[in-house]
Design a binder for this molecule. Sequence first.
Ligand code: 3H9
Length: 675
Amino acid sequence: MTNPITTRKDGNVLVITSNNPPVNALGAAVRQGLEAGIKEGLADPQVEAMVIRCEGRTFFAGADITEFGKAMQEPGLPTVVDQIEASTKPVIAAIHGTALGGGCEVTLGCHYRIAVPSAKIGTPEVKLGLLPGAGGTQRLPRIAGVKLALEMTAKGDPIPAKVAQGAGLIDRLAGEDSLEADAIAFAREVIGKPLPRASEKSVEADPDAVAAFTKENARRFRGFEAPAANIACVEKAASGASFEEGIAFEREQFMKLMFGVQSAAQRHIFFAERKAAKIDDVAEDTKLRDIRKVGVIGAGTMGGGISMNFLSAGIPVTIVEMQQEALDRGTGTIRKNYEASAAKGRMKPEQVEAAMGALTPTLKMEDLADCDLVIEAVYEEMGVKKDIFGKLDAICKPGAILASNTSYLDVNEIAASTKRPEDVVGMHFFSPANVMKLLEVVRGDKTAGDVLATVMALAKKIRKVAVVAGVCHGFIGNRMLMPRQVEAMKLLMEGATPEQIDRVHVEFGMPMGPFQMSDLAGVDIGWHRDPTRIESIRDALAAENRWGQKTKAGFYDYDDKRNPSASPRVAEIIEDFRKKTGTAQHEVTDQEIVERTLYPMVNEGALILEEGKAQRASDIDVVWIYGYGWPVYRGGPMFWADTEGLPKIVAGLEKHGFAVAKLLKDKADKGERFN
Ligand code: 3H9
């Protein structure tokens, strides 16, 4: 393997350059090279200062995550950072792209930092269930103060170079195209000056910062272990402890997190998300179709949300409705949503106008003739969808991609209503479509490889995480939701309450439980609309206009601020059904709820894999993390099953009389895992 680190002398400055594509991760060879580079600079009497820089698209994006969990090769990153800081000749970090995690820590070890204005700096370790373990939690508060150190470490979002400069994290901004030269010039300026070393600084006291920050973010951090560990490390730095004591504490916390289940789960999702973008039988270099203009059919909640994704990415959208009133309402909602973002400071007024200016509302399907991609987002009825696709076939230009936002229906049947089934694909967005990150890309039997590849690439452009699913009822996500909802209803009949079942799910880490979800989505979804026909608890609720949050009553009662409370009326309805059906009652434990609502999801996931409807178990995990809010620290249902132990899942399913999927049973018997 060639050495990723090279050095060259520019007069009295040694330039140490890393070239380790794609993101200059700080793997063993890079660390060894950096150590050698610093030694070379120190040993060479002609060298009076050093610059550390990177080739390629970014400065070091962090430690090499693929090395985690394996035996660490020397030198470790903390040692390298210490060596840099201890240098008796000034070392300057020259930053472009993103200096993240260990990359940020390398810069904190340097005596000075210069960055291009477009660069970002941050410590995202918390998103991997970790903390900056190469001195970052101790050096950051010493340089940037306790408040910013808490923000950066416990939340993990990078900050732009300009903001970092304001906080003292960046000493100087370089020209966008002259970083190396500017860094060398900067290095020459500081030769002979006293060396500022972060570890020698004291932390400015900020006594209330930790308590205030913890309180402010309690909701955001619920269930996660890493934020508290990051906070504890910064608190240690602010406690008056010596740098060495702080580092020892940081190390102890880091190792605890590193070998914990949560970090393993979060690292799994980091790679799973990236793997999901790869389609096993479609070549990575497949030529993509050009998508310059998108059409959306339907200006309802879904169609509007879908349109916003493209408008926000600067891709013009033509939106079609049947009636002027619905069209006006839909475009009005899009504007209102953008203006709300602007009011919160997330967009500039001119960006709102630019997005709205790229939207063409129309009542004529014919106006879709020049679109490169058309997404149908009308209600779920096969007849209506087939009619629309038949018309699109006649209207759209050759090569246009025709997509359906269906969440359940057979994409093959929809495709068969056109003469170009190879151009037809499912693009299942999740509501609210402008917010939720997941996109299920449904691959029909005849969908062309370049159509799939184009849609996957487009997903990245509109900042979605895309997962390929095969055609089956409900695809990956909704198909797995079904057994959960069915069992939740059965548990109600057997003695559980909606509050108990929802609480168990929320304590597990889900944003809401099955009944809270029903109330949010609408209890009347799929209802036959005959109030005299009452065959289920749902029918009874719907007949009484208990349609969920929108009518302020569903499985719960709601006040004007949509705060839920247990409903005595619902308890009566449930009791009535229990008696009517003569369902045997027993005390339902929280553990039984887990076994009967979550284990069947794993079982369904195994069936989906068996049938080839998902490419890999990690794709299923990605669907549930980004589409339904499965807690990322549990790594998705299939990863969670692995951590619980597959034999335990199988035993639980058998105990409750479920038919266990063959793949799940086989894996459990062989001691294998899904991931
Ligand atoms: C850390 O630093 C711990 C230290 O504090 C303590 C040590 C003691 N390692 O995302 P992309 C791969 S923890 C290994 O698609 P983008 C990635 O898997 C680390 N591989 O590109 C992908 O591979 P493939 C803290 C990595 O342009 C390829 O690079 N740092 C790493 O959309 C391209 O990635 C972080 O958490 C890595 N660190 O985004 C930063 N990073 O092509 C993590 C990426 O085979 N990285 N890869 O699928 C990122 O956030 C983004 O990758 C980045 C670029 C923003 C840099």
